[in-house]
Design a protein around this ligand. Structure first.
Ligand SMILES: Cc1cc2nc3c(=O)[nH]c(=O)nc-3n(C[C@H](O)[C@H](O)[C@H](O)COP(=O)(O)O)c2cc1C
Length: 173
């Protein structure tokens, strides 16, 4: 398959949007990441795919700790800010009202859908990216927040519409 065809297919894959962050003030950095998932429960582990050219990649490896902050619908500007789409870089992007910190020092976004504090336990290099495996140390959440998703170049969110449809009516077996 050509890279273009692959990219076109992957555009249709809806993904939650997160900011992966690392470092303590005034050396905090972070980036917008959709390639994130839970890996296993015992022990609690997660994995994210980080471009090895990203500024944050080396910092995650150096610090050995990072946070995952799952964004809510009101965080589109933050998603762009941490994707390098604004003229702001490094620590200045961390607003004091919006960001707290975990015990390990990693930044924690107060209004995130959920935030995880992770210890980096493994790195798997694969072509342009590195799979960063983290053991989850702690976490917090806001259950009223609506998650921000990215699909086909658009910012979208989840809908509870299906919950209104009778499950029996949909099951054709
Ligand atoms: C919606 C969205 C999802 C992204 N997901 C990833 C991802 O999973 N992995 C990655 O390496 N970059 C991803 N990026 C690109 C990075 O956010 C972007 O390259 C960023 O500028 C890297 O930051 P840094 O070099 O300042 O650390 C994504 C960008 C957007 C807008």
């Amino acid at each position: 398959m050509t890279p273009q065809a692959f990219r076109q297919l992957m555009r249709l894959h809806p993904a939650a949007v997160n900011i992966i962050a690392t470092g303590k003030t005034p050396h905090r950095t972070g980036m917008t990441v959709s390639a994130f998932m839970s890996l296993g429960v015992e022990p609690p582990t997660v994995v994210c795919a980080i471009n090895r050219n990203a500024f944050s990649y080396a910092h995650m490896a150096d610090n050995q700790v990072f946070s995952v902050n799952t964004l809510a619908v009101e965080h589109i500007a933050l998603a762009k800010l941490f994707a390098g789409q604004a003229q702001m870089f490094g620590d200045e992007r961390f607003d004091a009202q919006e960001w707290a910190q975990f015990d390990s020092g990693s930044p924690s976004l107060r209004s995130a859908v959920m935030s995880l504090e992770c210890r980096l336990i493994r790195q798997v290099q694969e072509s342009t990216h590195c799979l960063m495996v983290g053991e989850v140390i702690s976490g917090c959440y806001n259950d009223a927040a609506l998650p921000l998703l990215y699909r086909d170049g658009q910012w979208v969110t989840t809908s509870d519409d299906l919950l209104m449809v009778s499950v029996e009516a949909k099951d054709m077996r």
